[in-house]
Design a protein around this ligand. Structure first.
Ligand code: UD1
Length: 440
């Protein structure tokens, strides 16, 4: 297994480039199944999740070619003859459940494994299933698989309200509805930029969709979509992560340039909280410049649906608060128990405690390198950030989580001055008994 070893307290400097969005690339990849032909997507990050989802598409019969050097992904979906997403792949990545909408949209039927557990809390798919039923699918559960069929070989369309609003369910329902026989309506739909970019791509393919970026999306089904070329959006969570990195590990007065991101996708809550920390930030169309302040102010945040504070940035924010001068809180209203990183941060000396869905951080204390364990994608990157400001060496174990969602992170940070290296280690190795010199 691989780990990252970070020698802390080396100032971050220069430029950090942002890759293509993972959470937009995955639904775009699912959308390729709706067109009989070859669809090209540019700016697809080379990530474990992208490789996993490529394999999911291949199972259904698609020919997927990915060039990691150019970040171009091509899917030939001329022949989709096996409408199934197997457990072995879906269990690796929940987003594989997008195959439900994509396969029903393309074939009128699907057999997709239920995703199962997740590193934090229950993450149900009940809304995806109820929504599909509301749009005319018959759904049965068979040996852990959701089996969807349509009486006429096509969804009829319908109306469904998401409660709570869900990114994944909005995407799945859009995938199914765009080729339905009739019209559909999704109420309390997700407004996240990932959903909007995905919906815009569907429209370019010929889908008829109104209301993207609002709470109500209306879809008029069409007979077929066209294979096209489009460009994936930049990763807003990576942009936010790098802004936090610059605020905590940059040298005051020496701004870091974060390039190729789109700050419009950050949402106002993150931007407002970031400004309140005292970090100096300038937004230009393709560049966000951040200079660390002499002292960071403690700023409490509560996660919410877009344009609220992203739950995918709360673990990183916790590390920012560890560097701030005072006490503040992180409350997650999307996932009540997304706090697996907290015991690991405590191992580094961060003064933080959790009660209910709120973490309270007493900032300003010393942070010291140690061995810590990655538990999920965003938790892992928070440990890397903590390692960057810790005294001595921090070993972040099990970084396969990071590889799911951050393209070339080690290389990007290392080019920006961070002393970081990747090493193999034996997960099960135990320390040898030690002899104390001079002991009887
Ligand atoms: C997506 C993102 C993930 C992010 C999350 C919230 C991808 C691949 N993943 O996950 O990084 O953290 O949005 O912004 O884009 N819910 C139900 N029933 C359902 C579906 C969801 O109750 O059927 C609940 C969830 O438990 C959660 C809330 O709805 O409390 C929002 O989850 P959702 O937006 O669906 O998250 P994902 O799409 O899984």
């Amino acid at each position: 297994m691989d780990k990252l070893v970070i020698h802390g307290q080396q100032p971050l400097q220069g430029t950090l480039p942002v890759s293509g969005s993972k959470n937009t690339a995955l639904p775009l990849m699912a959308a390729t199944l709706l067109a009989k032909g070859t669809t090209t997507i540019e700016n697809v990050p080379s990530l474990r999740d992208v490789h996993t989802f490529s394999n999911v598409l291949r199972i259904s019969g698609a020919d997927v070619q990915f060039d990691a050097d150019t970040n171009r992904l091509q899917v030939d979906a001329s022949r989709i003859n096996y409408p199934e997403a197997p457990y072995e792949l879906v269990k690796k990545m929940r987003a594989s459940f997008y195959m439900l909408g994509a396969l029903v949209g393309r074939c009128g039927r699907a057999r997709v494994s239920m995703p199962g557990g997740c590193a934090w809390g229950p993450r149900p798919v009940d809304l995806h299933i109820q929504g599909m039923k509301a749009f005319g699918a018959n759904i049965e559960l068979d040996e852990g698989y959701v089996v969807a069929t349509t009486p006429s070989g096509r969804l009829e369309g319908g109306s469904f309200r998401l409660e709570p609003s869900s990114v994944g369910a909005t995407i799945n329902l859009l995938l199914g509805a765009v080729t339905a026989r009739g019209g559909s309506r999704i109420e309390n739909a997700a407004m996240e930029p990932d959903v909007v970019a995905f919906g815009e791509a569907l429209k370019t393919m010929g889908a008829q969709i109104d209301g993207l970026g609002t709470r109500t999306i209306e879809i008029q089904g069409v007979d077929a979509l066209d294979a096209i070329s489009f460009r994936n959006t930049p990763d807003r969570i990576e942009l936010g992560t790098f802004m936090i990195a610059a605020a905590i590990a940059g040298k005051p007065g020496d701004p870091i340039r974060i390039t190729e991101g789109d700050h419009e996708h950050l949402g106002h809550a993150f931007k407002e909280a970031f400004a309140e920390t005292g970090a100096h930030v300038e937004y230009e169309p393709d560049v966000v410049t951040v200079a660390a302040p002499d002292t960071l102010n403690p700023v409490s945040i509560t996660t919410g649906v877009y344009p609220g504070f992203p739950t995918d940035l709360q673990a990183q924010w916790t590390v920012l608060l560890a560097c701030a001068d005072g006490t503040a809180t992180v409350t997650d209203t999307i996932y009540d128990d997304r706090f697996k990183h907290i015991p690991e941060l405590q191992r580094l000396g961060v003064e933080v405690s959790v009660k209910g869905n709120t973490a309270t951080v007493h900032g300003g204390g010393p942070i010291k390198g140690a061995k810590v364990m990655s538990t999920d994608l965003r938790a892992s990157v928070s440990l890397v950030l903590a390692g960057m400001i810790a005294e001595g060496d921090t070993h972040v174990l099990r970084i396969y989580h990071l590889d799911r969602g951050y393209e070339d992170l080690q290389q990007k940070l290392s080019e920006a001055g961070v002393a970081i290296r990747r090493e193999e280690y034996d997960e099960f190795a135990e320390p040898e008994p030690q002899q104390t010199v001079g002991a009887e």
